[in-house]
Design a protein around this ligand. Structure first.
Ligand SMILES: Nc1ncnc2c1ncn2[C@@H]1O[C@H](COP(=O)(O)OP(=O)(O)O)[C@@H](O)[C@H]1O
Ligand SMILES: O=C(OP(=O)(O)O)[C@H](O)COP(=O)(O)O
Length: 394
C-alpha cells in the first residue's frame, strides 16, 4: 500500500480522529456480532500505546441524517470498553461544544467514542463544513474503517483534506490480503453474491463477470434475476428497475463462458418470521403472497459442489434470512462447504456474512473474513476507494 499508516507518524500527545466501522448488528440495544469491534482493536491499542488521545467515530445503520434513538453508539462503547479492558468515554454528538469538551479533556491513552456520524445530513453528502467540524476536534486523522472506505462521506473522505491523514492497521491488512488474493487468482475462481443490498451489489456483478469462472447468486438479490428469467417471485425482494440489468448479466456470463448459478429451488414463507408456514418450491413456482427467504436443498447441494471444486472463493451476502433459524440452511450450507474445503482460499465479505459464519461457529475455518462487504467488492472490482485515496501518500 502506498499510503502512510499510523506507523509513519508520531502520535504522542496528539488528538487523533480515528474513523472506524462499528456498523454492527444489534438487537434490543445489544451488539449481536462484535467482529467489527474486535477488528478495530489492534489500531486502537496501537494508538493508546503511542500515547495518542483517541477519538473514535463511526456510523451505525442508515438513520438518514436524523437522530434515531436505537442507532446511538452507546451499546458499542460499552462492549468496546469490555473488550479493551479500559474505560471508553461516550458523548451524544459527533462535533460541537460537547464533543470538543470531551476531546479536549482526554489525557494520553484515553479513548472517546463520538455519536453516530450519520445523525447529521452532511455526513453522507460529504459536506465540507461538517468535515471541517470533525477535523476541528483533532490533530491527525486515521481511517481504519475499511468497511466504509467505498463511501465518500465527511468522516471517511472530506475530513482527510483538513488534517494529516493516515491509514489504520485494519485498513492496511484488508488491502494487503485482498490484493494478494486477486493479483493472480487461483482457479477455479468463484464469487458468491447474496444478501439484501440489491442496489449496491448488482453493479459489481458486471465486473466480476470479467474475472471469475463461476458466479453463484443467492439471498434477496436472486429474485431480480428470477424475475428476469420470466418467473413470478410473489412477495420476494425485487428491484423492478434492475431486471433488465440482471438479464444483461446473464447474457454476459454466457458470452464470457462464466458458469452462472441461480437457485433452482427455494424455501418460501407466508410471513417474515420463524413461525411462518414454509415450503420448498421450484424456482418457477413461487406462489403469489409468499416470499422466498432461503435457497432450497437442491440448490444448496449444487452450490456446495461448486465450492468444493474451487480454489478461490469470495463470498459476499447471506443466501437467506439466516438470522431466523427457519431460513438459515442455505447460508449454513455454503459456510460449511467452505469450512470443509481446506484446499479453497475463502474470503468472506460483509457484516452480515461475517456474522453468519460466526453464528455457525466456522469463522476460524475461513481464510480471511473481511470487515467490508461493499468495500471489498468494490476493491476487487478494481474501483478506487475514496476513503483510501484521500489519505496521504508515503
Ligand atoms: N431472500 C431474502 N429475502 C430478504 N432478505 C434476505 C434474503 N436473503 C438474505 N437476506 C438478508 O440480507 C441481509 C444481509 O444483506 P447485506 O447487507 O447485503 O449483506 P452483507 O452485510 O453480508 O454485505 C441479512 O440481514 C439477510 O437476512
Ligand atoms: O455494513 C457496511 O457495508 P456492508 O454491508 O457492505 O459490509 C458498511 O458499514 C457500510 O455501510 P453502508 O452500506 O450503510 O454505507
Amino acid at each position: 500500500m502506498n499510503k502512510k499508516t499510523i506507523r509513519d507518524v508520531d502520535l504522542k500527545g496528539k488528538k487523533v480522529f480515528c474513523r472506524v466501522d462499528f456498523n454492527v448488528p444489534m438487537k434490543d440495544g445489544k451488539v449481536t456480532d462484535e467482529t467489527r469491534i474486535r477488528a478495530a482493536i489492534p489500531t486502537i491499542n496501537a494508538l493508546v500505546e503511542q500515547g495518542a488521545k483517541v477519538i473514535l467515530a463511526s456510523h451505525l445503520g442508515r438513520p438518514k441524517g436524523t437522530v434515531v434513538e436505537e442507532l446511538r453508539l452507546t451499546p458499542v462503547a460499552e462492549r468496546l470498553s469490555e473488550l479493551l479492558g479500559k474505560e471508553v468515554k461516550k458523548v451524544n454528538e459527533a462535533f460541537g461544544p460537547q464533543a470538543e469538551d470531551a476531546a479536549n479533556s482526554l489525557i494520553e491513552g484515553e479513548v472517546l467514542l463520538l455519536e453516530n456520524v450519520r445523525f447529521y445530513p452532511g455526513e453522507e453528502k460529504n459536506d465540507p463544513e461538517l468535515a471541517k467540524a470533525f477535523a476541528a476536534l483533532a490533530d491527525v486523522y486515521v481511517n481504519d474503517a475499511f468497511g466504509a472506505a467505498h463511501r465518500a462521506h465527511a468522516s471517511t473522505e472530506g475530513i482527510a483534506h483538513h488534517l494529516p491523514a493516515v491509514a489504520g492497521l485494519l485498513m492496511e491488512k484488508e488491502l494487503d490480503v485482498l490484493g494478494k488474493a486477486l493479483s493472480n487468482p487461483e482457479r477455479p475462481f468463484t464469487a458468491i453474491i447474496g444478501g439484501a443490498k440489491v442496489k449496491d451489489k448488482i453493479g459489481v456483478i458486471d465486473n466480476l463477470l470479467d474475472k471469475v469462472d463461476n458466479l453463484i447468486i443467492g439471498g434477496g438479490l436472486a429474485y431480480t434475476f428470477v424475475k428476469a428469467l420470466g418467473h413470478e417471485v410473489g412477495e420476494s425482494l425485487l428491484e423492478e428497475d434492475k431486471i433488465d440489468l440482471a438479464k444483461s448479466f446473464m447474457e454476459k456470463a454466457k458470452a464470457n463462458n462464466v458458469n452462472f448459478y441461480m437457485p433452482v429451488d427455494v424455501t418460501v414463507a407466508d410471513d417474515f418470521s420463524n413461525d411462518a408456514n414454509t415450503k420448498v418450491v421450484a424456482i418457477d413456482s413461487i406462489p403469489q403472497d409468499w416470499e422466498a427467504l432461503d435457497i432450497g436443498p437442491e440448490t444448496i447441494d449444487t452450490y456446495r459442489k461448486v465450492i468444493s471444486e474451487s480454489k478461490l472463493v469470495i463470498w459476499n451476502g447471506p443466501m437467506g434470512v439466516f438470522e431466523l433459524d427457519a431460513f438459515a440452511k442455505g447460508t449454513r450450507g455454503v459456510g460449511e462447504a467452505l469450512a470443509e474445503s481446506t484446499d479453497t482460499y475463502s474470503v468472506i465479505g460483509g457484516g452480515d456474512s461475517a456474522a453468519a459464519v460466526e453464528k455457525f461457529g466456522i469463522a476460524d475455518k475461513m481464510s480471511h473474513i473481511s470487515t467490508g462487504g461493499g468495500a471489498s467488492l468494490e476493491f476487487m472490482e478494481g474501483k478506487e476507494l475514496p476513503g483510501l485515496v484521500a489519505l496521504n501518500d508515503k
